[in-house]
Design a protein around this ligand. Structure first.
Ligand code: BV8
Length: 230
């Protein structure tokens, strides 16, 4: 049995990380609008504000802990592997909570907050601190060329070929904690349906494309995901 799981910001919401579309969010989400800041144009126009947005999220993340939803998915991966199955975990999230909960081989299609990328030499390196105009690329020595290694709106998501290949080999497609509002991730449920793959949505409330799912389970991820796994 092969299961393909796609997660979004809702799986990390109970770990204290903001989601994209709940304006009722706390802290950074009140001050920064991700839809205006997660773009290459915003970074070119005002790099300090964009860096501050990601620096604040990086500081938030190092203080955050995985929640029961992350732990349940790591457990499911182990149990599947022990019985000859395979769980492929693709996340839209840029946090490392899946990894910290024990998931291995997580595909981050929108990049990773705890990595930087040099705009001069392209080197991707671990980054837990703040990025800014004084940051130095340890590979090429340039100063001020490091950006967050995340995929902004208008930029190509990562590992798309591998993701679509894994999706089409799955027996079950499960979307967890995503509003289904950003493409190409939001289109994966249609790809699955067209390939005759069973689909399930686990979310706090119906997503934008809830009608496309065969099965729907609602509730906070920290309760709904362990219940699904058990
Ligand atoms: C692309 C990383 C081309 C950065 C993100 C005009 C110009 C250019 C492109 C476009 C355009 N118009 C449209 C597009 C395409 C665009 C797009 O889809 N725009 C939308 C707004 C219409 N997409 C892109 O630009 C993508 N690239 O198109 O390249 C291409 C494409 C295909 C093939 C070739 C070329 C790149 C998009 C990636 C942008 N980067 N993140 C960062 O994190 O700062 S997007 C960001 O928002 C997330 O990564 C995620 O992907 C996306 C959606 O967020 P969700 O994860 O779903 O979170 P959200 O808050 O929306 O929902 C949370 C859900 O959880 C809710 O349903 C809520 O009810 C639920 N929830 C809340 N609490 C809980 C819960 N569930 C359970 N338990 C809880 N406790």
């Amino acid at each position: 049995m092969r299961i393909f799981v796609l997660t979004g910001a809702g799986v990390s919401a109970e770990s204290g990380l903001g989601t994209f579309r709940d304006k009722a969010g706390t802290g950074i989400w009140a001050r920064f609008d991700p839809m205006k800041l997660a773009t290459p144009e915003a970074f070119a126009a005002d790099p300090d504000t964009v860096q501050a947005f990601y620096n604040a999220r990086r500081r938030n993340l190092v203080e955050a802990e995985p929640n029961a939803a992350h732990a349940a998915l790591a457990r499911l991966e182990r149990e599947f592997a022990a019985h000859g199955g395979r769980l492929v975990l693709v996340t839209q999230n840029i946090d490392d909570l899946h990894e910290r909960a024990g998931s291995s081989d997580v595909i981050h299609m929108h990049g990773e907050l705890l990595k930087s990328r040099c705009t001069r030499c392209g080197t991707v390196a671990p980054e837990r601190g703040d990025l800014g105009p004084h940051s130095v690329c340890l590979a090429c020595g340039e100063i001020g060329t490091l950006r967050p290694h995340v995929v902004w709106f208008g930029e190509m998501p990562l590992e798309m070929e591998r993701i679509e290949d894994e999706l089409l080999r799955a027996d079950l497609f499960v979307a967890i904690g995503t509003s289904g509002s950003v493409y190409p991730a939001a289109g994966y449920v249609s790809l699955a349906r067209d390939a005759g793959i069973a689909t399930c949505e686990i979310n706090l409330e119906p997503s934008d494309n809830a009608f496309l799912f065969d099965e729907r389970r609602y509730g906070p991820a920290s309760e709904a995901v362990p219940a699904f796994v058990d």
